[in-house]
Design a protein around this ligand. Structure first.
Ligand code: KG4
Ligand code: ZN
Length: 366
């Protein structure tokens, strides 16, 4: 079964065709990063206009199977992100998907963007030999971590397709914390990849030992706070404090540090700041793994590209004797393949009701 997936929730106009939930036949991503760079963040009005301009081209390219084959790819359903995300941006994809599903006479499947990020470790390129991941075990219990520019959620997945948030950030998402620090330090947008690269060079240059969860204790780093919320604060909304993070104190600590030091060693500051984020995520992950007997951990979202996070989470999972499932780098950021892939597991859910689905900017998971 071929599904066309459309994604326009933020600053990527993306479409892909995926066979049977896993085999990616085509995957087209048009990023708007250069458009938003001068503003240091995504401007919703510009994002939706750029989606309008690009959506037809991106979908046509995803439906094309190459020059030698003039017919568009056959699709059995159209899937689309309906939230969370920027309302005007979501509407562009949603309206395109509705029109296309109607004209092709195929079902529409509305997909939660965060749930789709957690499907990315199960995607593989068509024709790839040897490194195809197994499909999800539908009855296994997974721990999910969705970590992106908009979300940092720990998610209990007792059966594939059922999601319960058990921990989350109380304020900024991890990606947002990277982006805001980068802006403050004048390193540009998006911050995550820039901070990651700088920290990697600093670690190599100073021959700091990694992977090593005791890193902060042994390395010449600044001890930034690791975002532990206090028990009983109302923002927890009933979630356990030991499964939640708060990055606002870290951000303030960085600002204060920058104001108080005039001879800043920027790479040292960046490495220390990244380490505080990574260690807080690793600590809460370790706590979450104690809650249930998980068969594997699934990580998805743009921040899962972070090299230090990947190394430290690998160590945490190895210690707990469970596999860590992470996507190939090209499926970590926003893309249509994750939407089409997850939709295969949702094909019986939405029916005609999907045609009435509205953009839902603050759609929750679980
Ligand atoms: O999943 P994504 O593409 O979009 C959202 O759904 O938010 O994630 C984008 C976020 C940005 O905040 C970006 O700075 C961050 O992912 N990011 C990274 C890295 N690459 C992208 N953060 C840390 N390290 C990276 N290598
Ligand atoms: Zn995303």
């Amino acid at each position: 079964m071929n599904i066309l997936g459309i994604e326009t929730s933020c600053d990527e106009t993306a479409a892909a065709v995926v066979k049977d939930g896993h085999e990616v036949l085509t995957n087209i991503v048009h990023t708007q990063i250069p458009l938003h760079q001068p503003y240091g963040g995504v401007v919703p009005e510009l994002a939706s206009r750029a989606h309008v301009e690009k959506i037809k081209e991106v979908i046509s390219a995803a439906l094309s199977c190459g020059q030698e084959c003039p017919q568009p790819l056959h699709v059995d359903a159209v899937a689309v992100t309906y939230g969370p995300g920027l309302s005007p941006a979501l509407l562009v994809g949603l309206n395109a998907a509705k029109g296309l599903a109607m004209s092709l006479g195929v079902p529409l499947i509305a997909i939660n963007h965060i749930e789709a990020h957690l499907h990315t470790p199960f995607l593989y390129d068509s024709g790839a030999l040897g490194d195809c991941p197994l499909p999800p075990d539908l009855n296994a219990r997974y721990l999910g971590l969705a970590i992106s520019g908009g979300h940092t959620n720990w998610i209990d997945i007792p059966r594939y397709g059922e999601y319960h948030t058990i921990g989350r950030t109380l304020d900024d998402a991890a990606g947002e914390a990277f982006d805001k620090a980068s802006k403050l330090l004048g390193l540009g947008y998006p911050g995550g990849p820039k901070l990651d690269k700088m920290a990697k060079e600093y670690i190599a240059e100073h021959e700091l030992q990694i992977p090593n969860s005791q890193f902060l204790k042994s390395a010449p780093l600044i001890a930034f706070p690791q975002g532990k919320p206090r028990e009983g604060v109302t923002a927890l909304a009933g979630l356990p404090a030991d499964l939640c993070v708060s990055f606002s104190g870290l951000k303030t600590a960085l600002l204060r540090y920058v104001q108080q030091h005039h001879d800043l060693d920027i790479p040292q500051v960046v490495t220390s700041y990244q380490e505080a984020i990574v260690q807080s995520v690793a600590d809460r992950t370790q706590n979450a793994l104690r809650h249930h007997n998980y068969q594997a951990m699934i990580v998805g979202g743009g921040v899962s590209l972070n090299s230090r996070l990947r190394a430290v989470l690998a160590e945490v999972c190895a210690k707990n004797n469970i596999p860590l499932l992470m996507a190939k780098p090209k499926y970590c950021g926003d893309n249509g393949a994750m939407i089409a892939g997850l939709a295969y597991y949702r094909k019986n859910i939405m029916g005609d009701a999907a045609m009435r689905v509205d953009a839902t900017p603050s759609l929750e998971i679980g």
